[in-house]
Ligand binder design. Structure first.
Ligand code: ZN
Ligand code: ZN
Length: 419
């Protein structure tokens, strides 16, 4: 008997958490945080009731709540080494920014590090009556799907999933084994992304055009995964330009360099990092505004970070461009800029003169990819759809029922199912 309890990330993107109860062992699959004015966590469970915690990847909506299980005695913590190292950077930053609201401090993260069990893809682990292993999820370097086997029942937890290959990582492969249940994300269950190759070409062409008229391009990008992907895309498309990178992406670059096994083309990545200037202070930044061509800086949705400084300097000149490369959550400054052309600079609403465009460089499978993944699974598994806007969770569950004749549902928070 296996039970799945959905503790968070149901009908929403943020604070993912699923509890797998095998009768003998309780394993927590992810324990994320939803960042907002006040951070929100998944449902509560006591550390002493857990036997282990597995984290699919470092993004905070999957990992941000984990330290709270290390206030006292710690249970083993399983993830790829690169995931744990990137968590170190992201959690330190989160604690700095919203420590007041958090039920833990950095010291709990350090306790977690003492309990870490680094796993490579495919490396089997046995814990009480459950066996599990991680498999490449294709989302960011080190991201993993979790395959669990207990009492003859097989469960797959996809985490964030990308079956398409990006510059940084190979796409996820459909597991070959028969499954009894799958927990799948649905961020883009209703949308398909543009063809990656064409998108890369049009992105780099657009940059070249700006550079030809002596403008500069700001690429606001999230530090983990997206910044590195954008540098890799520009490199692969042979863009000749002076590139700089700012923010936490610098630390993440170093982590990726230290874990080459998790990159698709590690040697190329070494060259990319060494040919990109890293901003280390305000003098650098002021110079970069004059002497560089393409600036990759956080945050991806223009909600803060050093991109704000570059916006101030670049947004009012029509020769420049702001190329957004992440999904812009409604209500963010990036979304507003795209919709209205206005941006707040020094508390003043200004009309942005620079060219503003959006390029859909996603690291999640789109609709067709998610459907093909479910279609390829063996053994008629029960399907649980999470990690999406309500309509996306429901749409993918409905599709799996109608097209694949599977038991499929989009659970609510607190729901428990027996596999
Ligand atoms: Zn993610
Ligand atoms: Zn996620």
């Amino acid at each position: 008997m296996v039970k799945l309890r959905f503790m968070g990330g149901t009908h929403e993107v943020g604070r993912n958490a699923v509890l797998l109860d095998t009768g003998e062992a309780n394993l927590l699959l992810d324990y994320g945080v939803k960042i907002g004015e006040k951070p929100q966590f998944p449902g509560h469970i006591r550390a002493r009731d857990l036997d282990g915690i597995l984290v699919s990847h470092a993004h905070l909506d999957h990992s941000g709540g984990v330290p709270q299980f290390y206030l006292g005695e710690g249970k083993p913590f399983f993830a790829t080494s690169v995931t744990t190292e990137v968590m170190r950077v992201l959690l330190r930053d989160m604690i700095k920014l919203s420590g007041y609201w958090l039920p833990f401090e950095y010291i709990e993260f350090e306790e977690m590090l003492r309990q870490r069990r680094d796993l490579g893809y495919g490396q089997p682990v046995k814990l009480k009556n459950v066996e599990f292993k991680l498999a490449n999820a294709g989302h960011i370097p080190g991201s993993a799907m979790i395959e669990l086997n207990t009492g003859g029942k097989r469960v797959l937890y996809t985490g964030d999933l990308n079956t398409g290959t990006t510059r940084l990582v190979h796409g996820a492969k459909i597991p070959r084994q028969r499954l009894d249940a799958v927990v799948i994300e649905s961020t883009y269950a209703s949308t398909d992304h543009p063809d990656r190759g064409e998108l890369e070409v049009s992105f780099v062409e657009a940059i070249k055009e700006v550079l030809r008229s002596e403008g500069k391009v700001l690429v606001p990008a999230f530090a983990v995964g997206r910044s590195q992907e954008m540098l890799s895309v520009m490199n692969a498309q042979k863009l000749k330009a002076r590139m700089v990178i700012d923010g936490m992406a610098r630390a993440v670059n170093q982590i990726y360099l230290g874990h080459p096994d998790f990159l698709r083309t590690p040697k190329t990545f070494v060259n990319i990092v060494s040919s990109t200037r890293e901003m280390t202070g305000w003098r650098d930044r002021r110079q970069a505004v004059r002497r560089s061509d393409v600036i990759v800086a956080p945050s991806g949705m223009l909600q803060g970070g050093t991109a704000m400084f570059y916006m101030e300097r670049l947004a009012l000149n029509e020769r420049n461009a702001v190329f957004l490369v992440s999904f812009q959550v409604p209500g963010t400054r990036g979304a507003r800029l795209l919709e209205t052309g206005f941006f707040t600079i020094k508390e003043m609403d200004v009309e942005v003169k620079a060219q503003v465009r959006h390029f859909d460089f996603s690291s999640h499978s789109g609709k067709t990819g998610l459907q093909a993944f479910l279609r390829g699974l063996k053994g008629k598994p029960d399907v649980y759809v999470i990690h999406g806007e309500p309509e996306n969770c429901e749409a993918l569950a409905q599709w799996a029922r109608d097209e694949l004749d599977l038991n499929a549902t989009a659970p609510n928070e607190g729901d428990e199912f027996t596999v």
